[in-house]
Design a protein around this ligand. Sequence first.
Ligand SMILES: [Zn+2]
Length: 244
Amino acid sequence: MGFYPDKALYKCEYADFVSGLASLDIGPVCEHDKHRYQLRHDVDHDLDHALSMAIIEHDNGIRGSYYVLHTAPYYNKPGSIDTFKQIQSLGHEIGLHNNTLTQSIKTRKRPGLILNDELKHLRGNGIRIYGTASHGDRDCRLKGYINYEIFDICKPKYRDWSEQSNKVRKVNMHKYKLNYETYFVFNHYIGDTGSRWRITEFDEWHPDFLSLPKHDNPLKAIDDAKKLDNKIQISTHPCWWRFK
Ligand SMILES: [Zn+2]
């Protein structure tokens, strides 16, 4: 049994992975000051898979954070709010998967207005939102910006503000009652992005990090991470996994 998320993992295997997390001091990202490990899920395309993950984690007594993408096709479909609520009712956090800079560049609408509208929509429907996770849109890679750059306190640690982010008016996240952005609350990150597991330091979070050694087995990567005296974020993307 492998842990490659792009090789047709089934529900029982995700359950194996999650049961391997059960002994950790782990919680949702909004509780990053209370737990050494944070469990994060960027819900890029597949909300059904996110719900499957949320149920498995709940069955294992684990809570995580699910960031819903306001530019994804599922976002405004009938029933999506109910699914967000269902995930929330299982004890998980729902956050915003922030693609506002991309949307602002495309529509010329101010990022603060886009953010305000999405938060109003979610909160007005009973979803509690405490934080954001910046989405790596295709345009981010093409134009060299990061969505979290809409926030005045979220300057990339390895370079200056991007040219694209300089063109928009930055906002103070606390004015929107947001407590955190995921990329700024950990020291090390273990994730399945690109379908292979790797552990990185935040300061290595730049395009070259793709050349860093990757791990075949997430639980092995987590074992390595246990030796580090640091805050660790574990990220799995629902769209990389299959469920029965
Ligand atoms: Zn994303």
